[in-house]
Design a protein around this ligand. Sequence first.
Ligand SMILES: C=C(O[C@@H]1C=C(C(=O)O)C=C[C@H]1O)C(=O)O
Length: 399
Amino acid sequence: MTDIAAETISPHEAGCAPTASFLFTSPHRSIRAFGVNEKIRLSASGAAHADSFLQTAVRDAIERASLLGQENPIVVGAIPFDVRQPSNLFVPKRYDVISRDSLVPEERDCFCAPKVVAIRSIPEKEGFKDAVMRAIECFRAGKMSKAVLSRILEIELAERVDATAILNALLKQNPNGYHFQAPLHDGAILLGASPELLIRKDGDSIRSNPLAGSAKRVADPQQDDFTSRKLLESSKDNFEHKLVVEEIHEALRPVCKRLTTPNAPALMNTATMWHLSTMITGELANDDTSALQLACRLHPTPAVCGYPTPESRSLIDNLEPFDRGLFSGIVGWCDAKGDGEWAIAIRCGTVNDRTIRLFAGAGIVEASDPDAEWAETGAKLGTMLRAFGIDAGACASCL
Ligand SMILES: C=C(O[C@@H]1C=C(C(=O)O)C=C[C@H]1O)C(=O)O
């Protein structure tokens, strides 16, 4: 088992610079952290409040790092989808603020496509479609209006995976968005390239960029353009999207003196997907409210859980045959001043020796079609499969 207290998370040849324990990139500020001063494993339940257990522990750990001479210490890491589970946070020994451009490799490292020994989707196609149908029945019965259902692609490779090479591939293939690499307590590494910003706080200004409503991109530019326009006009996708935006707006309103929420979504794309996107911006009433508090106030949004939150959360508990762990949780950082950024942990996976687990979900509403939702999760898995260099043909039955 790897201990994240070690300076590095991957064995490095003598003479090389130590690898960061944690990395988070963003168009705003990218952070690379080394070593561990203190781990924080408390749950994030109730952590929107400044006096909660988690926020108190984070403040105290940051204070101790400050006493050790660190300037503006930070807390970094991830919080699971289910906030009752332990967080995966730590105050590093040191960190750098870097430019993302300095990380993007010129060329992809010499990288051979890994040999896939075994692959399975949990659940398999029929099980996933069945869960979608059961969710639709709940919507028809008027119990709720949206639930995000997800699945895991578990892949066993012939050889151990080099997490740094995968992160480099993610940086190269997805130049925008939020890349992350975080060590987990079971020795695995969480890696991903999320397009979705939960919250950024910089002084008293905040920003949230929820996504919901998706379509797979296609190679032909004309077809791709047509796909995006169809998404922008789709009433099913606009409905899914509106539930997320309204919920975030309502959660931020009480802590803002100004909050601007566009009344229609725009299009945004990744290398593999089109999404409906809304950029919400605001000014905090009190800039003592930290980025971590704001993140805990919003998480989980209906982009990864559903609407209303309590009902969709228990439906997910009943229908998903696995524990999401950090998938669709949040990942990011918050400094001693309360500034920070948290992205949603999607388009990601965990790497543990030869086993990788990739995750993808899709928002289900009454107008959903089970086959289309399965295909959407398959398309979203494309981001990580491409980074691993795994040919979609090798897992055709799971996509
Ligand atoms: C759950 C995921 O994505 C979320 C769900 C989306 C949707 O339902 O359209 C779009 C973006 C994300 O908020 C994922 O990528 O796994």
